[in-house]
Design a protein around this ligand. Structure first.
Ligand SMILES: Cc1cc2nc3c(=O)[nH]c(=O)nc-3n(C[C@H](O)[C@H](O)[C@H](O)COP(=O)(O)OP(=O)(O)OC[C@H]3O[C@@H](n4cnc5c(N)ncnc54)[C@H](O)[C@@H]3O)c2cc1C
Length: 447
């Protein structure tokens, strides 16, 4: 007989969401006088950070066109700021640099940031934007830019170091983290559809509540819960669309330019904000001179001592397979299929030179190694935070999630009966009711 364990809360996934939920739940239970290592168990088939959280670029920002996303992110940025050392967080700020087609969207973001007291500066007009950017980087040369949103908060964190810090906090608070334990399915109650136990290769875990923070593996848990592969969505056109796939995969392309990270400081020698640039100006290859892009394109980058160079990425692309056919394992850089391509390297290094003269002719320094990974997206590309089968909370962040360090505290509060207004816009019912989040002009599916 495999061993049988009783634990009140089983949390699946030792990524950013599983760990932050576990840690906050433990703190909240302790505040109620209920500290016990038998209460909360985190299960992960790999190790802490072996999913998407452990390979994330680590960018933390507020810049979202959707008001509900922005409010949620402002809350999470506050959590990052609460313990920068443990979370390996660098509060350098963040810039959204945009072309004319995005100016109105970004102006709306700025106005709403003002309304919620999120510190940012907004510059408009080609000449003023250029002057502002030259004030930061004397070699700035990007074309086609008519607005700059400079968020003074946000920045980036070192992926595995922050997860290590979070795991240490969780253990300290009494959470049991079991690595190398693969969840294989659930057992449901006889009278109700609730989850009664979580089955694993290491035995069965009887529990009262389950939280799933499984990142790109959410598709598998969705199936284990018996939830539908396709759903009904009331579209922005007001019509009901049947049979919309619940999950889709996108490939995220990221890489590193192997130069001294300190070569990208600001004119006054400081660490620069994370840069995100979108433009519709033509982009030419540094390697061959060919035209790479003439429509809207975008990149992001930062000097990063953890990655050992300038690290960043470009627009993702949709994996053109039904979700059921996508091989998530082996995940990330270990995948034989889903890693950053040679085209990405050419595009991204050329974009760095498009922005800064200092990167002209540096494309040869691109680090030739496997990088990037896939993310699992919902029908509208925004998160689903909801309870299924009465006692199973699913945190499906639609790949927005490393920065959402605060979601765990909100989910933990809900487990203890405190409804969160910040999570409310992300319930599953929004699809059928047509309460979809607005869509921006950004070339990224999560802006
Ligand atoms: C290349 C890349 C760059 C990114 N950059 C950023 C960024 O800069 N900023 C940002 O905000 N977001 C970023 N993201 C998105 C972000 O990484 C994810 O949204 C977030 O990390 C998801 O966290 P999670 O805790 O839900 O899942 P994960 O971190 O993926 O954790 C899930 C865990 O579940 C475990 N698991 C899976 N199946 C089982 C099973 N059967 N049994 C037990 N355990 C199981 C896995 O081993 C894994 O450890 C990026 C994503 C990618 C791929």
């Amino acid at each position: 007989m495999p061993p049988q364990v009783k634990t009140r809360y089983v949390i699946i996934g030792a990524g950013i969401h599983g760990l932050s939920t576990a840690y906050n739940l433990a703190r909240m239970l302790e505040a109620k006088g209920r500290r016990s290592s038998a209460e909360i168990t985190v299960l992960d088939k790999g190790t802490v950070g072996s999913g998407a959280s452990g390979i994330a670029c680590g960018v933390v920002r507020n810049n979202y066109y959707q008001p509900a996303m922005r409010e949620l992110m402002a809350h999470s940025v506050g959590v990052w700021e609460s313990d920068p050392e443990a979370y390996a967080y660098h509060p350098v700020g963040y810039m959204q640099i945009s072309p004319e087609v995005m100016r109105e969207d970004v102006a709306a973001i700025f106005a709403q940031q003002q309304a919620i007291g999120y510190d940012s500066v907004f510059i408009e007009g080609e000449r003023d934007c250029h002057r502002y950017m030259r004030g930061l980087f004397e070699d700035w040369q990007a074309k086609g830019i008519t607005s700059v949103l400079h968020e003074k908060r946000g920045g980036y964190a070192n992926n595995l170091a922050s997860l290590g810090g979070l795991a240490a906090k969780a253990r300290e608070a009494g959470v049991t983290i079991r690595e190398g334990v693969t969840v294989t399915g659930f057992e449901f109650g006889r009278q109700s559809g609730a989850v009664a136990a979580v089955n694993t290769h290491a035995g069965r875990f009887d529990c009262d509540h389950v939280v799933i923070g499984a990142g790109p593996w959410v598709r598998d848990f969705w199936a284990m819960l018996g939830l539908p592969r396709a759903i009904r969505v009331k579209g922005r056109d007001g019509r009901m669309h049947d049979d919309v796939p619940m999950w889709r995969y996108w490939q995220l392309e990221e890489g590193v330019l192997e130069v001294e990270p300190g070569c990208l400081v600001t004119n006054d020698g400081g660490m620069p904000p994370v840069i995100h640039l979108d433009t519709d100006a033509p982009l030419y290859s540094q390697a061959t001179g060919r035209l790479i892009a003439e429509g809207l394109w975008g990149v992001y980058y930062k000097p990063d001592f953890n990655f050992g160079g300038i690290q960043g990425g470009a627009m993702p692309y949709e994996v053109g397979l039904p979700a059921e056919e996508v091989a998530v394992d082996p995940y990330g850089p270990k995948s034989p299929q889903f890693v950053a391509s040679a085209d990405f390297a050419d595009m991204w290094t050329s974009a760095l030179a498009f922005c800064h003269k200092r990167f002209e002719g540096k494309h040869m320094r691109y680090r030739r190694e496997s990088s990037g990974g896939i993310g699992c997206f919902t029908p509208d590309s925004f998160p689903v935070f909801d309870v299924f089968r009465e006692n199973c909370t699913v945190i499906a962040d639609s790949n927005h999630g490393y920065k959402m360090l605060g979601v765990g505290a909100l989910v933990a509060g809900e487990l203890l009966g405190e409804k969160s207004a910040l999570l409310e816009p992300f319930r599953m019912s929004r699809y059928e009711e047509g309460r979809l989040h607005p869509v921006s002009h950004s070339p990224f599916p999560w802006s």
